[in-house]
Ligand binder design. Sequence first.
Ligand code: PHE
Ligand code: FE
Length: 286
Amino acid sequence: MAKDDTPPPHAAPDWTIPQDWQSYSRQEHDMWDRLFARQADMLPGRVVPEFMEGLEVLRMTKQGIPDFDELNERLTKATGWQVVAVPGLVPDEMFFEHLANRCFVAGRFIRTPEQFDYLQEPDIFHDVFGHVPLLVHPVYADYMQAYGEGGLRAARLGMIKELARLYWYTVEFGLVRDGAALKLYGAGIVSSYGESLFALDDPSPHRIAFDLQRVMRTNYRIDDYQQNYFVIDSFEDLLRQTRDADFGPIYEQLRDLPPVEVADLLPSDMVLHKGTQAYAKAKAAA
Ligand code: PHE
Ligand code: FE
């Protein structure tokens, strides 16, 4: 996240900018439609049903890049959340502050054709298609707000890095149990065609039952598919373990524990699938 705390000149003091929806080009709307069609065909049965419901409720099935004003009418009615545009990454505390106020910050730019399959910085497709549908779900909506409040506390305690890992392994790359099967809910997965297949079906990554303290110790990679996914039981359970817990004592324990490296397994892990790590090994050898 951005280091400097002053917003760029064209942004408001809270870092928001107008979406300026009218200025998107035909090509930019087409890019959204191509990305949308590919994900909407593949995700049913893989993603949690609440995600597909969110797309419907928000009428995101309509063509073109969503107009935030239109989207917000429905979203606010559902759970009191809204989406606002920002120029790029915002400072941590600004990000938390927005979440605590049920405000989700999103980039307004869309990827170029060369970035169709993978890009590292979040564009509007990742931010809006990936994150916004689940904000219609009341329990998930509460989790995101509580996370923002937790972030403001973590900032005071010097524990942002630990709390950021929780965001990474839930909001961005989380899986949830569905009977004997697993389903996707993390925005980083569901906005990526390749990772939506990889996270559920590939033998390479570890799939480990969610353990709050373990997750907050675990490093992550931002440059390629994840080597670990953590599996929650349900959104209700995630909310109970986070919003309804005092992280103070957990942070105190974390201060004395070393981080866990990507792909390392611990004796205490409840491993649902022990990954071969073949994908990451092949990449490292190449
Ligand atoms: N309950 C946590 C605390 O005491 C805050 C939190 C809520 C963190 C929800 C993450 C998600 O700090
Ligand atoms: Fe994201």
